[in-house]
Design a protein around this ligand. Structure first.
Ligand code: IVH
Length: 668
């Protein structure tokens, strides 16, 4: 074959393969066998290898291009990528229509109803029919260039059927089944799990190496155009059909209605039918069909007035409260937890739901044996919605919060102004455990090899009672433990030895005074320079430091008035732990969360707000109160507020508490 013939063959094969990709990935209806397809692809690869000059960027062999990128580049959207206003019920839908009718002066509107895909919004730019750029939405004005990842999605044509210039928008999503498989695999390999398919889609697109996205079966539906200037289109449906004719994948569950009652009915129907779809949708989008009327009703700065997102209510499931357990946290707070008959809710199995504290427990009126309704708040956190009192048989048992700590038996206290009952016994084993884990954590003394399992082992065998005892461990004692070999024992002792030289800020954080975290510890350590000066400081002296408020000041002051704590300090001193602030921490060594901004929303299960903040700040991160474009992560607990919505619309990575914990304990 000469190079002319090869050129013809390469073009033929590429065209043929593109057509089959289209049949398979866009239309979901393959017309040839996998084997025939593979043979064609192999032939093309072989020819392209022989004649590299014949390789074109839109060849089906070029989806995964070259090496990983170094960084992401910013992309300015010529037309901003807006978000949608939400409607949570029928009335809010009616408000939307009323406003649209008023603004347009038209009373017989036509509506298009489409599934609201729960994925990642992207923009695809085609020039002369070829895909030249793909980007995330970012904050709507500026996103990130993710062309390398979008090219790996087989249902995105690298070349359209016409040589047009246009920008289209759509949602990249992770099919439900593939998501389960991915998480199963990750669980097997001990890798952190994705909270939901949406995070998996976003996580896959935020990779510098396109091989990651290529290995995942991501997909896309296109739902609009950046601008339709120059296109003779009358309405939204026509536009969708046009996009379809260009080879783009458009959701087939799109319908037009003229009667708004039908729109409402369609929304209701889909709240049930949604689970039959092979992907997750979190609502339906209702759009005014006529493009002229769309232009008339216009936009707010945030969203179009010609469209609205009807959000499905969270899936509610009935189950039984089999028991109520009480857990004790590091600060001694008692949290009642409902143990449930396992049920599947919004895609995962739920076995427990926190009841927060005795006030909420009383308010909900839960008894053991009750039939209850649960849901996942923000589609993430399990929550008990209500007790089905009408289903009681009389066999249910009252539950009363214990008067004594379930871990140590000491009487619990209700501190005025607080909601949680607290165990104030500083030698309570659960609290001892939590304190040791905290002391050894990365943000504090950073003792490698001393995680939750090792802490439990040491406590259960009576080797330690407080954090100072850690420094009195020796090889012989460690090796007497069941699961401790010589190697791990030496390693742990070495890590402990190294930690003695930590700057004071880390020690102060590790001691675990309430409300004091990484940042506060640094500020105080920098100011006083030595632990002895901190111990003898007055509350006033501490408050005089900018950044230190009265709550932290009082807590630190009280901490060092407590004889039990002073005893630990003296023990630490005699083992040679450094009590001085040697150098500014954080400058000396780059930290895990350096430069990362976190926002917390909702009630967390295992950490108080302050503890979560301490954890983040201890690793060099910042915690801010509101979500913005510069936020890197939003950590959600129960009853998350509007911040969760904001995070979603800005496409910021959402973390559960477990995921935060996992990140915090991972290697940098
Ligand atoms: S239209 C100008 N249609 O929902 C408004 N959006 O807050 C453009 N989404 O991140 C949005 N399915 O990515 C539209 N059928 C659909 C959608 C959809 C999902 C996402 C979109 C955006 C969010 C809107």
């Amino acid at each position: 074959m000469d190079s002319n013939e090869a050129g013809i063959k390469v073009r033929q094969l590429a065209e043929e393969i593109n057509k089959h990709d289209y049949n398979y990935y866009v239309l979901d209806s393959p017309v040839i066998s996998d084997r025939e397809y593979d043979l064609m692809k192999r032939e093309l690869e072989k020819l392209e290898k022989e004649y590299p000059q014949l390789v074109t960027p839109d060849s089906p062999t070029q989806r995964v291009g070259g090496k990983p990128l170094e960084t992401f580049t910013s992309v300015s959207h010529a037309v901003p990528m807006l978000s949608l206003d939400n409607a949570f019920n029928e009335n809010e839908l009616l408000d939307f229509v009323r406003r649209a009718k008023n603004l347009s002066g038209v009373s017989n509107l036509e509506y298009v109803v489409e599934p609201k895909m729960d994925g990642l919004a992207v923009s695809l730019l085609y020039q002369d029919g070829g895909l030249v750029r793909g980007a995330t939405r970012g904050d709507g004005q500026v996103g990130e260039d993710i062309t390398h990842n979008l090219r790996t999605i087989k249902s995105i044509p690298l070349k359209l059927k016409e040589r047009v210039d246009l920008e289209v928008r759509g949602e990249v999503y992770f099919p439900r089944k593939a998501f389960q498989d991915l998480n199963d695999r990750r669980a097997e390999q001990g890798e952190p799990l994705f909270a939901n398919p949406r995070n998996a889609a976003a996580g896959s697109m935020r990779q510098l190496d396109p091989a990651v996205a290529a290995s995942r079966p991501l997909n896309i539906y296109i739902y609009g155009m950046g601008s339709f200037e120059g296109f003779p289109l009358k309405n939204h449906l026509e536009m969708l059909n046009y996009l379809k004719s260009l080879g783009l994948r458009v959701n087939p569950h799109t319908a037009v209605y003229t009667d708004f009652e039908e729109v409402i009915q369609a929304c209701k129907d889909w709240s049930l039918k949604r689970y039959e779809l092979p992907y997750e949708i979190d609502g339906m989008v209702i759009k005014i069909n006529d493009l002229k009327i769309q232009a008339q009703v216009g936009y707010t700065t945030r969203s179009p007035r010609w469209a609205v997102a009807f959000k499905f209510p969270a899936e509610q499931v009935e189950t039984t409260v089999e028991d109520i357990q009480v857990s004790v946290g590091r600060t001694g707070a008692l949290t009642p937890i409902a143990l449930l008959t396992p049920v599947k809710v919004s895609g995962s199995v739920i076995k427990r739901a926190s009841l927060h504290n005795q006030d909420i427990l009383r308010e909900k009126g839960v008894k053991i044996g009750d039939r209850v309704i649960i849901h996942k708040a923000g589609e993430v956190i399990p929550e008990l919605v209500k007790v089905l009192k009408e289903k009681r048989t009389g066999q249910e048992k009252d539950f009363i919060m214990p008067e004594n700590c379930p871990a140590c038996g000491q009487e619990v206290t209700l501190i005025p102004g607080e909601v949680a009952l607290r165990c104030l016994n500083s030698t309570c084993p659960v609290q001892m455990y939590e304190r040791i884990v905290h002391f050894a954590s990365r943000g504090a003394m950073d003792i490698e090899g001393l995680g939750p399992a090792a802490a439990r082992l040491l406590l259960e065998n009576g080797l330690v009672e407080d954090v100072a005892d850690l420094y009195y461990l020796n090889k012989e004692r460690l090796m007497s433990l069941d699961r401790m070999g010589e190697k791990s024992a030496s390693k742990l002792l070495e890590a402990l030895e190294v930690s003695k030289n930590n700057p004071l800020s880390k020690l102060l954080n590790g001691l675990g005074s309430r409300f004091l975290g990484g940042k506060g510890s640094r500020v105080i350590a920098e100011h006083f320079k030595s632990l002895d000066r901190i111990i003898s400081a007055s509350v006033e002296e501490m408050i005089s430091i900018p950044e230190i408020g009265p709550k932290i000041a009082a807590s630190v002051f009280e901490f060092f008035k407590n004889p039990a704590n002073l005893k630990v300090v003296e023990k630490l001193r005699s083992t040679g732990v450094n009590f001085k602030q040697v150098q500014e921490q954080g400058k000396a060594q780059e930290q895990l969360f350096e430069g990362q901004a976190f926002v917390l929303t909702g009630k967390l299960q295992n950490h108080s707000r302050q503890e979560a903040q301490n954890l983040i700040e201890g690793l060099g991160g910042r915690v801010t109160s509101s979500v913005s474009r510069s936020t890197n992560y939003v950590v959600v607990g129960e009853n998350p507020g509007s911040k969760l919505e904001q995070a979603r619309s800005l496409e910021i990575t959402i973390l559960t508490e477990e995921q935060l914990q996992q990140m915090a304990s991972s290697e940098k």
